[in-house]
Design a protein around this ligand. Structure first.
Ligand SMILES: [Zn+2]
Ligand SMILES: [Zn+2]
Length: 431
């Protein structure tokens, strides 16, 4: 895969190009400079279990760049401070408070690193700056150019989107390229939209599923930057062109622009999430949101997971809703990976499962050679690493599973099987 250096930004390069070609070069130079010290923290930091959340308010500070480019700039407002009277500062404060509350209260995650790190935000960045981004250390918001875009703090989901990039970077670490990059973008739209829906008290059925609604000035023919439920319909404008997002794998973009279409192909997993959320019903952040968050953070999704691998990870986490989630992925043309085959030149990992017991007392075995980075391998490694917690039989006539990876085995009684292990076992036994 290509360079891991990236700056996540809400407005994709193909739109920036349309706005101002000269400005793009300047931004690129800046991004490269900032990205030099961007250190990627991979999945070593375990997220706290949901329910362990502490009650204290999230820690954040909003600065202003005073329309310059020095970061973070002048400190204006921190958690606990009253409103500043600066519209952008106060919108950033509302957005980050809601974002931190979503991750803490719903997913049990304390800030983006899982350890309560302070969130630094800067508003009034540069002049006429029509973008928002996460630079690896902080969130940055421009005032917009006033012609196409208004200020970027105006849409609360944009704030949630940018913070979610920091969460992804500290968990699965999806590279910002190709399908993993489109998943990275999609995670940010998913949790940005969950944030907006939660603040507005909207169910999955009430939600408009628009990302960046209200960011455009009145002159633009469009409702927002992206449409999660109906990708490709967010705008159609003489200056901006037409929303290029595909809604199905049949129309996936396979060119090299936009890091291989990270802001384009995110339409496909975005629609899968919106469909799953509506099928599950109730609130997106509770239903589909918890499944997606678990998939992103449980170790099954790694830096180079593709749509098929991510689909499998969400289905494995879906429990009773596995059918709804499977159907949602199927509607966008994604077939869940049943253990990703090892790419050429990579030694496969052999995983085995043996099922015994059951009413008939019949033994069944399954073996597969998978990529070392496959979701199922990670799940089984986590299981054997978890080690000695002995699994005891519950009930009668139930199955006993013996999993093997890296030459180590663990016995799990049926009553102790997680939905994920169940999915792994079923696939291996069918193979
Ligand atoms: Zn983004
Ligand atoms: Zn990032």
């Amino acid at each position: 895969m290509t360079s891991r250096k990236h700056v996540c930004q809400i407005v994709p390069p193909y739109l920036m190009q349309r706005l101002n070609a000269g400005r793009l070069d300047q931004d690129n130079a800046f991004r490269v400079a900032r990205a030099e010290h961007l250190t990627r923290v991979l999945a070593q930091i375990p997220a706290p279990e949901a329910g362990e959340a502490t009650a204290e308010a999230g820690d954040w500070t909003v600065y202003t760049a005073n329309n310059g480019t020095d970061l973070p700039g002048e400190k204006i407002r921190a958690a606990g401070d009253p409103e500043s009277g600066d519209e952008s500062v106060d919108e950033a404060a509302t957005g980050i408070t809601g974002s931190l509350a979503l991750f803490e209260e719903v997913y049990g995650r304390d800030s983006y690193d899982g350890q309560g790190i302070e969130v630094v935000m800067t508003v009034h960045y540069d002049r006429d700056y029509a973008n928002a981004f996460w630079d690896g250390t902080q969130l940055v918001f421009g005032d917009g150019d006033g012609e196409i875009f208004q200020r970027f703090t105006k849409a609360v989901d944009v704030i949630g989107h940018e913070l979610s990039h920091a969460v992804t970077e500290h968990t699965a670490g999806l590279v910002y390229q190709g399908q993993p990059g489109a998943l990275n973008e999609s995670m940010s739209d998913v949790f940005g939209s969950c944030l907006k829906q939660r603040l507005l008290g909207q169910s999955a059925d009430d939600a408009d599923w628009i990302i960046g609604e209200g960011l455009f000035t009145e002159t633009v023919h469009g409702v927002g930057l992206r449409h999660m439920l109906e990708p490709g319909t967010a705008y159609d404008d003489p200056t901006l062109g037409k929303d290029p997002q595909p809604a199905h794998m049949d129309d996936i973009y396979d060119g090299t622009d936009d890091n291989g279409g990270v802001h384009i192909n995110s339409g496909i997993p975005n629609r899968a999430f919106a469909l799953a959320a509506k099928a599950i019903g109730g609130n997106s952040w509770d239903g589909a949101g918890k499944i997606w968050y678990a998939a992103l953070t449980n170790g099954a999704v790694t830096t180079d997971t593709d749509f098929a691998g991510f689909a499998a990870a969400t289905i494995a986490e879906a429990g009773d809703q596995a059918e709804a989630v499977t159907t949602a992925w199927s509607e966008v043309g994604v077939t869940p990976a049943s253990g990703t085959p090892a790419p050429d030149g990579e030694a496969p990992t052999v995983v085995k499962v043996r099922r015994s017991g059951g009413f008939l007392g019949r033994t069944k075995e399954g073996v597969a050679e998978l990529a070392p980075s496959a979701a199922h391998v990670t799940a089984l490694r986590n299981l054997v690493a978890g080690g000695a917690a002995p699994s005891k039989p519950k009930g009668a006539d139930r199955y006993i599973y013996e999993f093997e990876v890296d030459g180590r085995t663990v016995v799990v009684h049926e009553g102790d099987m997680s939905p994920e292990l169940r999915a792994v076992a079923n696939e291996l036994l069918e193979s």
